[in-house]
Structures are given as C-alpha cells and as structure tokens.
Write a protein that binds this ligand. Structure first.
Ligand code: FMN
Length: 191
C-alpha cells in the first residue's frame, strides 16, 4: 500500500517521535511510505481567489504541485501533529487550506478523488502540552476531519497524548509502542 505520513510539528519533538515509530511499523510490512514535513514545504496560503472553482486546480504553483498527487494516490494517510492554540500548526494548516481546490473538485465539480481498490483510511496522532481539557484535541480533530473528507478519506481514527510539552517527553509514556502497533494494525486492515 502507498502510505503518506505527514508531520505537522516544526521541531524534532514528540510528534516526530510518534510518527517515526508509526512509519517503522509500516516499513516492517513492506509498504511504500512517503514522509513529508509540513515545515519543510514552500507553500503559500490559500487566497480564496476561487481560481480553482471551475477546474479543481489551484492557480498558485509551489510545493503543493507535488503534494496533490501524493494526497490523491495514498491508500493510507498518517498525520502526526502537535496542538497549537487549540488547533493545528500554521505550516500544516497552509497545506490543508490549499486543498480548497479539491473541495471544489469533490463537492462542486462532483469529481471526488476516486476510492482505491479498497477504502482509503487515515490515522491522526495528536500531542498537546495541556494536562487538562480536550478542547484542543476536539478542535484539531475537527479540522483534520474536514480535510480528510475533502480528499475523500472517509474513515479515520485519532489517538492523542496530553500533558507532553518538552520535546522527547512523550518517551516517558510507556504505552506508545503498543498504542501505535494497534492503531497501525487497524489502519492497514482492509475491511
Ligand atoms: C505556539 C504553540 C501553541 C500551543 N498551544 C497548545 C494548545 O493549545 N494546547 C495544548 O495542549 N498544547 C499546546 N502547545 C504545546 C504543544 O502542543 C506541545 O509542546 C507538544 O508536545 C508539541 O509537540 P512537538 O514536540 O511534536 O512539536 C502549544 C505549543 C506552541 C509552541
């Protein structure tokens, strides 16, 4: 299967540790993995110019030109991201907002990204520093849900870890390996 792994964090921190572990599990099963780091991309923000309205194609040309095919071809998507201000980091949000052309393509032009020979699925992995309250998870997941629906990935699961602020502190959690193993097993299932 083609697996697209997307890192939302701009630092070598907790999301990267979790994503690397998830990718390792997938690699052991010989899947084809492409890893992208949102902060390494040169992507401008959507200007809501509606230039994509009639074609489903963005008129801005930057690194999104190579991201769109990856989003279209992936059988599975894994997104690992920190929570920033109850939402997603701006670098990841830039990529998401630029999928407005795919929103037009699906909902207005009625040309959704075709399902593969089997269902497309996603796994979201979120990390937050706050110990109390899940509003950050709720908001970040809502944005990811809208994004995944737009790119016609209609099934997703979210796992999250709260109370981890320092980079690397997620390693103090003793359940991450088994959590990820189970989540990836579920993700890769064809049902
Ligand atoms: C700009 C910024 C905003 C943040 N906002 C939140 C927040 O709203 N809720 C939360 O739980 N943690 C918040 N945090 C803490 C990070 O989510 C936390 O440090 C996380 O471990 C970072 O993940 P990373 O190591 O993968 O970058 C914020 C951190 C930064 C830098």
């Amino acid at each position: 299967m083609k697996i697209l792994a997307i890192l939302g964090s701009p630092r070598k921190g907790n999301s990267q540790i979790l994503l690397n572990k998830a990718v390792e599990i997938c690699k052991q099963q010989n899947h084809e993995i492409t890893l992208i780091k949102a902060c390494d991309l040169n992507v401008s923000g959507c200007t809501a110019c509606d230039g994509c309205k009639d074609t489903g194609e963005c008129i801005i040309h930057d690194d999104m030109d190579r991201i769109y095919p990856l989003l279209k071809q992936a059988h599975r998507i894994i997104i690992a991201s920190p929570i920033f201000f109850f939402g997603l980091p701006a670098q990841l949000k830039l990529l998401i907002d630029r999928c407005q052309c795919l929103w037009y393509e699906k909902y207005v032009l009625k040309r959704p990204i075709p399902e593969k020979e089997f269902k497309r699925k996603a796994l979201n992995i979120l990390v937050g520093g706050m110990k109390k309250g899940q509003i950050g998870v709720t908001c970040a997941e809502a944005t990811l849900k809208a994004f995944l629906r737009t790119i016609n990935v209609n099934e997703h699961r979210t796992i999250f870890y709260l109370g981890y602020n320092e980079p690397g502190s997620i390693l103090e959690n003793t359940t991450i390996d088994s959590d990820l193993k189970n989540a990836i097993e579920e993700l890769l299932k064809n049902d």
